[in-house]
Design a protein around this ligand. Structure first.
Ligand code: DQA
Length: 138
C-alpha cells in the first residue's frame, strides 16, 4: 500500500511555529518515525504553501500510484473551495488531519471545505493524528 501525506501552508514551519499549539518536532523528524513505524506501507510526503500546487498534487496521486491520502491543508481547509472540489473530484480516499483541535479554536477554523468529501477527520491529537490516519487505511 502506498499513502501520500500532503501538508499545506505553514506546515513546513512545524517545530518552530507556535510550538505551544503545534509542538516542537519538525515534520521531517516525525515523518522518519512514521516510516519506521509503518514499514509495510510506502509513505510519500509533499508539502506546499501554494494552493494550486496542492490541487495539482491531488490530481496526480492516482497516476503516481497512491492508494490513499492523509491531507492537512492547514489554513486552506477553511478557505479553499478549490481544494475541496479537488478532493471531491478524485477517486483516491482522503483522511483530513489537523494537529490542533480546530473546534476548540477561533470560529473561522470551524469551517472546512474538505470534511464533506473526506472519508474521515482527525483533529486535536497532535502529530499522532497522522499515525491514526495512516492506521485507518490498513
Ligand atoms: C491546522 C489548523 C489550521 O486551522 C491552521 O491554519 C493550520 C494547521 C492544524 O493542523 O491544526 O495551519 O490545520
Amino acid at each position: 500500500m502506498k499513502i501520500l501525506i500532503l501538508n499545506g501552508p505553514n506546515l513546513n514551519l512545524l517545530g518552530k511555529r507556535e510550538p505551544e499549539i503545534y509542538g516542537s518536532q519538525t515534520f521531517e523528524e516525525y515523518f522518519t518515525e512514521l516510516q519506521f513505524k509503518f514499514t509495510d506501507i510506502e509513505l510519500g510526503y509533499f508539502q506546499s504553501n501554494i494552493e494550486g500546487e496542492i490541487i495539482n498534487k491531488l490530481h496526480a496521486v492516482q497516476e503516481e500510484g497512491f492508494d490513499a491520502i492523509v491531507l492537512n491543508a492547514g489554513a486552506y481547509t477553511h478557505t479553499s473551495i478549490g481544494i475541496g472540489d479537488a478532493v471531491a473530484g478524485i477517486a483516491t480516499p482522503v483522511v483530513e488531519v489537523h494537529i490542533s483541535n480546530v473546534m476548540d479554536r477561533e470560529d473561522f477554523r470551524h469551517v472546512s471545505y474538505i470534511s464533506k468529501h473526506a472519508a474521515g477527520v482527525i483533529s486535536g491529537f497532535g502529530l499522532k493524528g497522522y499515525d491514526l490516519a495512516v492506521e485507518s487505511f490498513k
